[in-house]
Design a protein around this ligand. Structure first.
Ligand SMILES: *Cc1c(COP(=O)(O)O)cnc(C)c1O
Length: 365
């Protein structure tokens, strides 16, 4: 039997190991010069130099970003329900209310009309997710936010390097979070990066990250320990030198799948958008779970379902959305399958994926 083609595969090489060893030997391993260098390099690489603050996870990044922008009890923040739970969780953790809006069925990202319908006098912000590496409609959402005098944030956990008409994600929001979890387009082990739309927000992020201190033992506000370590930053700095080539390979893999897959609905890219294919997500209208099982058991092709349960139906979040109906979100949750698109796929792997999908989709029709 051939080896299983995994749905995702973090790429850690000798240079990442050497970088960790270098930091370990230095004797200084907590947040220090590696983190500071990583912040500058990440900012220059992805967000046109916008000030960037490193934290210990993407979820911390969302939480601190919301707090830095003044979100708290009594506020509402509009988010998608079709995303990882961290998006809505981070709003709830501030004491504010996540309000779930529906998605555009083509891009799987927030639908502007659905967001507009969800705006109330308590709405303080919209936080779209650039799901699967495809940017949300930041132009449409930006106009809407401006018209209503509310803020715009970005969950770019899956979208390092994605762009809309040459403008990178991470430069639209008052803050933007990028995750560095191992399955994301680049990793630091665990970690997150928060880009700030103003010097005040950046300063608030730095205070919240470190017990409210700018100078040691002069705590100005109540804060967290959400610091990134120099060990993690050292890994991230090496990954930053490789991520563009990986993204290029993801895009080539996606182009191959686009032209060779048969019997399924392939992903659609909005005009003018640079998609970074964190996931390559198709729709399977009938018996999606059987399709996934057959790919794995009969063809040794791994795949993923992101996400099978809409956030507004999760036991943890459903009390924020009693009786809410989001038809496009429900459809997507029951139909999506993400095929392997990661940069370590070989030509042989790509051929096997195409043949497996043809066999399973053909058998089911
Ligand atoms: C991964 C992810 C997060 C959380 O990031 P962590 O680094 O795992 O805490 C938040 N939002 C989305 C859309 C994600 O995919």
């Amino acid at each position: 039997m051939p080896d299983l083609i995994p749905a995702a595969k973090p790429l850690i090489g000798d240079d990442e190991r050497a970088a960790v060893d270098r930091v370990l030997r230095s004797g200084m391993i907590a947040q220090g010069p590696e983190v500071a260098a990583f912040e500058r390099e990440f900012a220059d690489h992805f967000v046109d130099g916008r000030e960037t603050v490193a934290v210990n996870s993407g979820t911390s990044g969302l939480h601190l970003g919301l707090l830095a922008c003044g979100i708290g009890p009594g506020d509402e923040v509009i988010v998608p329900s079709f995303t990882f739970a961290a998006t809505g969780n981070s709003v709830a953790l501030t004491g504010a209310t996540p309000v779930f809006a529906d998605i555009d069925p083509v891009t799987f990202t927030l639908d502007v009309a659905s967001v507009e319908a969800a705006i109330t006098p308590r709405t303080r912000a919209i936080m779209p997710v650039h799901l699967y590496g495809h940017p949300a409609d930041m132009v449409g959402l930006g106009e809407l936010a401006e018209r209503h005098g509310i803020a715009l944030f970005e969950d770019a956990a899956q979208a390092h390097g994605a762009k809309i008409a040459d403008r990178p994600v991470g430069t639209f929001g008052s803050f933007t979070m990028f995750s560095l979890y191992p399955t994301k387009n680049m990793t630091s082990g665990e970690g997150g990066m928060v880009t700030a739309g103003s010097a005040e927000i950046a300063r608030a992020l730095r205070l919240l990250r470190n017990q409210g201190m700018e100078r040691q033992y002069e705590n100005e506000i109540v804060g967290f320990n959400a610091r990134m370590t120099d060990l993690h930053a050292a890994i991230g700095r090496v990954q930053l030198t490789k991520v563009d080539a990986w993204t290029q390979k993801r895009r080539e893999n996606a182009a191959f799948l686009d032209t060779h897959l048969t019997g399924v609905e392939i992903p659609v890219v909005a005009p003018g958008v640079h998609h970074v294919y964190h996931q390559y997500t198709i729709r399977v209208r009938d018996d999606r779970d059987g399709f996934v099982r057959a790919l794995r058991e009969e063809h040794q092709v791994g795949s993923g379902v992101y996400y099978p349960i809409p956030n507004h139906r999760l036991p943890s979040l459903t009390h924020f959305a009693p009786g809410l109906d989001l038809p496009q979100t429900e459809n997507a949750a029951s139909e999506v399958v993400s095929l392997p698109v990661h940069p370590s796929l070989s030509d042989d792997d790509l051929g096997r994926i195409v043949a497996a999908v043809a066999a399973v989709a053909g058998a089911g029709s």
